[in-house]
Design a protein around this ligand. Structure first.
Ligand code: SIN
Length: 336
């Protein structure tokens, strides 16, 4: 099959992407390098391993998935450029990391936009959300699926009960202007740092706070250096599984179809398990006694929401009114 494709491409004067062409010439399996920045025991880490296992079982002689976890091959500051160069072939960056490729995905960073993960899921599965998977094709990046992690919590070296408690603190953020504006809205500073540097920056005092889902707080041991975690659920940290379009469409159709079916299966498993993994990590953190989990009253949460919500208007023009409207409509409260 690979040899047939190679012959057809050569006859048509086309070139195959390097990795696929090399495999075709040598009649060897196509190697798919999947790099990510979290540990194996997280929703994304588990998804990558399940993908590797199912591909080995079903396409073992034709495709091999290599998984490079925890920023071991490439960190989040360089991973998308590495994908565009073809150095890696699958990534699942957090949705905040696509800022320079499309403004539309900024919708996922807006604070207090989604009521919960179920609302995020509805938005991702509806037509507007699905269209966003293709919003970076002009950069050669194709979205294959959304994978959940979970809702973000605020952590700090002092208790955050009211928005004013965050004033003057520095928070580590992902590289996102929306997240910068979100912290500015409560009088806080923000520092953009790669994920691999978050723990040491918190420990060394470069920043005093952060925002993360329970899974990242636990797996990176951030709870050990953040004595207070406020259960704000103020935003979402989800992923888009992406590939280099040229690489992906260079994979012979029959193999690619099988890979896409496996991705559908893995996506279902990741999205079923993410909430459970986050809940278990929340319990582990609570049991550790290292960090106090602060519950917010309805009035306190409403105060955070009121302080941060002006950020929506700031970015509505870039995101587009249609996308923003579709995201709001995914909340259960919007249907009542
Ligand atoms: C990740 O979960 O992939 C990392 C997110 C972050 O940089 O905070």
């Amino acid at each position: 099959m690979l040899k047939t494709l190679l012959a057809a491409c050569l006859a048509a004067g086309l070139t195959l992407p390097g990795a696929v062409a090399q495999a075709a010439k040598a009649d060897e399996p196509i190697v798919i390098r999947f790099a990510h920045v979290v540990t194996d025991d997280t929703p994304k880490g588990q998804g990558a391993l399940l993908l590797q296992k199912l591909v080995a079982e079903r396409l073992g002689d034709r495709v091999k998935v290599e998984v490079h976890a925890n920023s071991s091959l490439v960190g989040d500051a360089e991973e998308l450029a590495a994908l565009q160069r073809g150095d890696v072939h699958l990534l699942a960056p957090s949705l905040a990391k696509f800022e320079q490729y499309t403004p539309k995905l900024k919708v996922f960073d807006l604070p207090f936009l989604f009521d919960d993960l179920a609302a995020v899921d509805r938005f991702q599965q509806r037509p507007t959300g699905r269209d966003l998977l293709l919003s970076m094709s002009q950069h050669g990046i194709i979205g294959l699926a959304y994978w959940h992690n979970g809702m973000k919590q605020l952590s700090a070296n002092r208790p955050l009960q009211q928005p004013a408690d965050a004033r003057e603190l520095s928070f580590r953020i992902q590289s996102s202007k929306v997240l910068e504006a979100q912290f500015a809205a409560v009088g806080a500073r923000s520092v953009k740092l790669p994920f691999a540097e978050v723990r040491s920056a918190l420990q060394g005092g470069k920043v005093q706070g952060a925002e993360n889902p329970w899974s990242n707080l636990y797996s990176q041991q951030l709870y050990q250096v953040q004595p207070y975690i406020s259960e704000t659920n103020h935003g979402v940290l989800d992923y888009m599984l992406v590939s280099n379009a040229r690489f992906w469409y260079g994979i012979p159709h029959e193999i690619r179809s099988e890979l896409e079916a496996i991705i559908d299966e893995v996506t279902y498993a990741v999205n079923q398990q993410a909430a459970r993994l986050n809940a278990a990590d929340r319990e582990r953190i609570a049991a550790s006694g290292k960090s106090r989990i602060i519950a917010l009253s309805d009035a306190e949460r409403a105060a955070w929401r009121e302080a941060m919500q002006p950020v929506w208007q700031q970015f509505e023009g870039e995101i587009g009114a249609t996308v923003l409207r579709a995201a709001k409509a995914a909340n259960r409260s919007a249907q009542n």
